[in-house]
Design a protein around this ligand. Structure first.
Ligand SMILES: [Ca+2]
Ligand SMILES: [Ca+2]
Length: 278
């Protein structure tokens, strides 16, 4: 279907996109800042990323652990569940973009300050729930397997949702808040997957039937540009995410079990990120 060269180019583009998202301050400011302070007397807090004021009554969750709490009047919260292997922590508050972050024992050993940002008029929240995509058949060594608690919905996720008028001078991005469990060769090479003897094809992201990305790495805040030509303004649109397949299992199809959370659409002014049209 795709030439090898094009395939590698795609991998490269998405890898760059992920790391750009992690390092550029402009992007971090859009979907929330996380900073850690070392003072042992500090508390975990949720604040407004613009004003810095505390946000009370925000939902803080570790969905894989079934843990849920709310911030107090000072935006403070405690994590009442032990975190070892990387797991997804989410913060939700009405009027704010859904925020999620993959945390581990190291990240939660110090107070965490999470900045969340108010939604913009053109933002579209597609889904704030966590989904396990795959077949519930996975190695204990696969990426984040220890954190899988919810049953698989099957080998793909799909949802229809309405898009209104598109702002003329902005680019449209699909944001995937967090993904864990991807066992591609790249995920193994980066140490995210500990499976030595196998790896899987990358999960694929489709918009209105067009493949717009392959997800090769686990991580937060993955941003995928959606070409305007495939978006249907003032109409129903469809997002589908298909799990990869284990390339080393030939006796039956073994879908790569992954978990993802927080799917939404953001628009950004065109000058922010240079991008390659496909
Ligand atoms: Ca599987
Ligand atoms: Ca997996």
């Amino acid at each position: 279907m795709y030439s090898y060269k094009k395939f590698c180019t795609k991998i490269f583009i998405f890898t760059v996109a992920i790391f750009t998202a992690c390092t550029l301050p402009t992007i971090a400011a859009i979907t929330g800042n996380v900073e850690k302070t070392g003072d042992s007397g500090d508390y975990n807090r949720v604040i407004d990323s613009k004003s810095g004021s505390p946000i009370s009554q925000a939902d803080v969750m570790l969905p894989s652990k079934g843990y849920k709490t709310k911030t107090d009047n000072n935006g403070r919260f405690t994590l009442g569940a032990k975190v070892d292997a990387p797991t997804i922590m989410s913060v939700q508050k009405d009027g704010y973009k859904p925020f999620s972050l993959t945390v581990d024992s190291n990240a939660t050993s110090k107070p965490i300050v999470i900045g969340i940002e108010k939604t913009n008029p053109h933002d579209i929240i597609i889904d704030k729930d966590m989904y396990h995509i795959g077949d519930d058949n996975y190695s204990s060594n696969s990426a984040n397997a220890a954190e899988f608690r919810i049953k698989a919905i099957g080998p793909f996720y799909t949802k229809n949702f309405k898009i209104g008028e598109l702002p003329p001078n902005e680019d449209i991005y699909l944001i995937i808040g967090s993904v864990i469990g991807i066992d591609t060769k790249m995920a193994r090479d980066f140490g995210q997957s500990k499976v030595k003897t196998a790896y899987a094809t990358a999960p694929q992201v489709f918009f209105n039937g067009n493949m717009i990305a392959e997800l090769n790495l686990n991580g937060d805040n993955q941003q995928i540009k959606i070409p305007r030509s495939i978006i249907r303004p003032n109409s129903e649109n469809q997002l589908t995410i298909k799990s990869g397949k284990n390339l080393f299992q030939t006796a039956y199809i073994d879908y790569d079990d992954i978990e993802l959370m927080n799917l939404f659409i953001e628009t950004k002014s065109k000058s922010l990120i240079s991008s390659e049209e496909q």
